[in-house]
Design a protein around this ligand. Structure first.
Ligand SMILES: [Zn+2]
Length: 260
C-alpha cells in the first residue's frame, strides 16, 4: 500500500459516508479500519455516526491496539479488526456493517453460499455465517478470524456482516456485492425458484478468478459437489380447523361489506 495516511483517512471517511447513505448502518452502528504503510491502523471511533464522521475523529492505533494518534476512543470492535490484520497480511481494510437484507439472512440462519451469480463467485466466492458471539469481545474476534482466514466476506449470526480487502474501496465493494446478492436471493426466493449454476459453469468462473489473480482459497460455493440449489423448504403446516374457520368468517364479513 503506497497511499499516504492522509489519503487513507479520507478514503475511510468517504467509505463511512457511503455505508451510512446506503443504509448499511443505523445510528452509530458499524466500524471501519485501514492499515497504512508503517503498520499502524486507522480506526473509526466509538459512538460516532458513520454519516457525520470527519478525518479528525479517526484514531490511529498500533497492531496491539495502543493509541498512536487521535483524541477519540477507538471502536468497540477494535479487537476484531486487529485480529484480522494479524491473521491476514494481504488485508489492508476491514468494514463491519449491518446491511438489512444480508443481516436478515444472518438472522434467518441462511448463508449466502449458493453458486448463482457470476460476479459474486468471482469477486467474493461463498459467504458463510460465523457463529454468534457477544459484540466487542475477544470471543467474537476469534470466531470471525476463524472464518476470515478462508473467506473475504462473512455474515455474523444475529448481528451483521464483515468484509475485508486490499484497500478500503475493495472492502466496501465486497460489502455492496454481498448486500446486492442478498437482495437478489430474497427476490428469487419470493418468486419460488433458485436456479444454481451447473458445476461446469462454476469451474469456468473459478478459472477466471485465478486469471484475475483474485484470492483463490475462498471457496466459490459450499454446496457439496454439485453447486445446485438446496431442496425447497417443506410446505408450511396446513392451518388448523379453528384457524380455517376464522379466516373463512373474516373473509365472508369483508366480502359482505364490500358488496354493501
Ligand atoms: Zn455490529
Amino acid at each position: 500500500m503506497s497511499a499516504s495516511i492522509f489519503t487513507v483517512k479520507k478514503d475511510v471517511v468517504e467509505m463511512c459516508r457511503r455505508i451510512y447513505n446506503h443504509g448499511y448502518v443505523a445510528a452509530n452502528d458499524g466500524n471501519v479500519s485501514a492499515r497504512v504503510d508503517d503498520g499502524h491502523i486507522i480506526m473509526t471511533p466509538t459512538g460516532v455516526s458513520k454519516g457525520f464522521l470527519k478525518t479528525q475523529d479517526l484514531v490511529v492505533v498500533d497492531i496491539d491496539g495502543n493509541k498512536v494518534a487521535g483524541t477519540t476512543r477507538p471502536s468497540s470492535e477494535s479487537k476484531m479488526h486487529l485480529a484480522i490484520y494479524k491473521a491476514r497480511e494481504d488485508v489492508n481494510a476491514v468494514v463491519h456493517a449491518h446491511p438489512a437484507t444480508a443481516t436478515g439472512f444472518a438472522v434467518a440462519g441462511i448463508p449466502l453460499t449458493q453458486c448463482v451469480l457470476p460476479e459474486v463467485i468471482i469477486a467474493i466466492g461463498s459467504i458463510p455465517i460465523a457463529e454468534y458471539a457477544t459484540p466487542g469481545t475477544q470471543d467474537l474476534a476469534d470466531v470471525v478470524v476463524r472464518y476470515l482466514n478462508q473467506y473475504d466476506a462473512i455474515l455474523m449470526e444475529n448481528h451483521g456482516a464483515i468484509t475485508v480487502g486490499s484497500d478500503v474501496t475493495s472492502a466496501l465493494f465486497k460489502m455492496e456485492t454481498m448486500e446486492h446478492f442478498a437482495k437478489i436471493m430474497l427476490v428469487a426466493h419470493q418468486l419460488g425458484n433458485i436456479h444454481g449454476l451447473p458445476p461446469r459453469d462454476v469451474e469456468t468462473l473459478l478459472d477466471l478468478r485465478k486469471k484475475f489473480g483474485i484470492r483463490s482459497t475462498a471457496p466459490a460455493c459450499t454446496i457439496e459437489g454439485t453447486c445446485e440449489a438446496p431442496p425447497p423448504k417443506e410446505k408450511p403446516e396446513p392451518s388448523s380447523p379453528v384457524q380455517s374457520n376464522l379466516i373463512e368468517e373474516v373473509t365472508r364479513q369483508v366480502m359482505e361489506k364490500l358488496k354493501g
